[in-house]
Design a protein around this ligand. Sequence first.
Ligand code: NAD
Length: 337
Amino acid sequence: MLRVGVNGYGTIGKRVADALAAQPDMEVAGVAKRTPNFEATAAHRAGYAVHAVSDAAPFAEADVPVAGDLDDLVEASDVVVDCTPAGVGARNRELYEAHDTPALYQGGEDADATDASFNARANYEEIARGDAEHVRVVSCNTTGLSRVLTPLEEAYGVEKTRVTLVRRGGDPGQSDRGPINDILPDPVTVPSHHGPDVNTVLPDVDIDTLGVTVPATLMHLHSVNVTLGSEVDADAVRETLADESRVFMVPEHARVAGPGHLKELAKDAGRPRGDLWENCVWEESVAVEGRDLYFFQAIHQESDVVPENVDAIRALVGDADAAESVVRTNRALGVGR
Ligand code: NAD
């Protein structure tokens, strides 16, 4: 059993903790929380040993028993998944190194703050074979792009990729984000950072990206154009993408108009927190003109990186190969069902 500590129990951390608890080969050593808010109470109620990152006294006042401090959690863990806000993870690296504990970080960290970046479909084996101990799971958008570009590259070759990312303004719980009534080129400079981020796991892909931020919270939407290495028809591309266990081909008959319907679909299916771990590609949007492929996909920013974190743990300290790990993770979570 791999004992995994989760530092930071917010949007990503709580989902990662539950995903780890569902794995047959992992257990949650505990979670670390800085603030004794409703999420700390929920962690305690879920049975996780809550560790206080700073002062433990406010946790007692909030009726959240504290099992120890962050040092105790790191010491008790074979690996730590750092799910703290962007930039905090890089500062925590020193602590993990002092305990000689490998760690995963999230997409908000700079790529060069860690030894390597990870996406299960793009570079699992490379991470498993290498000696990286501090590894960043790439962001939600980069995860979504890597999952489709890898099979397209394998099947047809990818000559050039151009993507416009229509980004949600904030997560549903982030009342301090926006815009609330605008459409922002974000960043206004072209290309955006997303393309270079894809290159941290797929260095050979030629990709330009543009970002737009809109008043929405549910999901991101990508408008994707890939110039393929060979001519192919749209049905073949649909089959290639449908073969991917973390791509959901949204069927025409489902009449899914957008992320609002997708989130309803996930909740109706009984998914925890209405999560959509898979890329959602509209089947009828897949179109080919010569070697130019076009499609739309929606990406659930709160959850698509969750199965990737589970696989990254096995790549770092486990003994499964990529295919075994992905099957194990998917089965335990219900990905693809
Ligand atoms: P969040 O704000 O929802 O959660 C962060 C948690 O860490 C909170 O519980 C906060 O109280 C806690 N925290 C703050 N400072 C801390 C500290 N010093 N030590 C321990 N805990 C601390 O953030 P999030 O959305 O879960 O993002 C976490 C990371 O995941 C970031 O790198 C982010 O860029 C990345 N990420 C976020 C999303 C998303 O859409 N939310 C998607 C992919 C990746």
